[in-house]
Design a protein around this ligand. Structure first.
Ligand code: ADP
Ligand code: 5GP
Length: 218
């Protein structure tokens, strides 16, 4: 994990891409490297995959619970994706940003469009496959979904890809080490935007960085 102080304001990162492109894999890498990020745990009506734990990858909820979360306005955004309901709980995102922490949303393009309306400063990253055919291979090799589910997800890849032009950054996930480095670099660069680091400038102007690093003043 790199050592990096928190920015003046937390960043809302939105990561999207077709199913099987490698979003979860790349985000695991970024979470292990970049400090101060929290993952937004979505609510979903889909069944857990083997190994997924309630409250970790998702809050797995039934349709009635999901509908009442929508009706009560508890979701910051929500959408039907691959025949299931998915939504981002509003409270953890608002609490994190209020406290200056950064949040990462792994959501589809419909949800990202809703987030852009309420949070225009959100930073969008779209993950691209080297070729659309790679998605099917990756989903099959992941071994977590039936052939029917894989076919449905691959059929909808074009729909997700057509939203890519609304994002701030593109990452091509061909070679995983390259894509991980790119995603990490994007996150780090955003955390160092001048508007989010006025406190560094203030410290240097007052000579405080030197004082902190060299308490003897020599
Ligand atoms: P998503 O979260 O976008 O649905 P995953 O992160 O689950 O996708 O990745 C789908 C599968 O593809 C996983 O088995 C993962 O190990 C594999 N994968 C991810 N990136 C690459 C890559 N660059 N090359 C080959 N396989 C990859
Ligand atoms: P999966 O079922 O493979 O975990 O996710 C399927 C798709 O749903 C992915 O594109 C993922 O980004 C998206 N997704 C996950 N959580 C949310 C959410 O809270 N809102 C929206 N709109 N999409 C989500």
């Amino acid at each position: 994990m790199l050592r990096l102080s928190a920015p003046d304001q937390g960043v809302l990162f939105v990561v999207s891409g077709p199913s099987g492109v490698g979003k979860s894999t790349l985000l695991r890498h970024v979470f292990a490297r970049v400090p101060g990020l929290a993952f937004s745990v979505s609510a979903t009506t889909r069944e857990p995959r083997p190994g997924e734990k309630d409250g970790v990858e998702y809050h797995f909820v039934d349709a009635a619970t999901y509908d009442s979360m929508v009706a009560r306005g508890e979701l910051l955004e929500h959408a039907r994706v691959y025949q299931h309901g998915y939504g981002t709980p509003r409270a953890p995102v608002e609490a994190a940003l209020r406290a200056g922490r950064s949040m990462v949303l792994d959501i589809d393009t419909q949800g990202a469009a809703q987030v852009r309306v309420s949070y225009p400063a959100a930073v969008g990253v779209f993950i691209l496959p080297p070729v659309v055919g790679a998605l099917e291979d990756r989903l099959r090799r992941r071994g977590t979904d039936s052939e029917e589910v894989i076919a449905r997800r691959v059929r909808q890849a074009d729909l997700q890809l057509s939203g890519a032009s609304d994002y701030d950054y593109l990452v091509l996930n061909d070679e995983i080490s390259v894509a991980s480095a790119l995603l990490e670099g994007i996150f780090l660069a955003e955390l160092c935007r001048r508007g989010r680091r006025q406190s560094w400038l203030n410290l240097v102007t007052r000579g405080a960085v030197r004082a902190v690093r060299d308490p003897t003043g020599t």
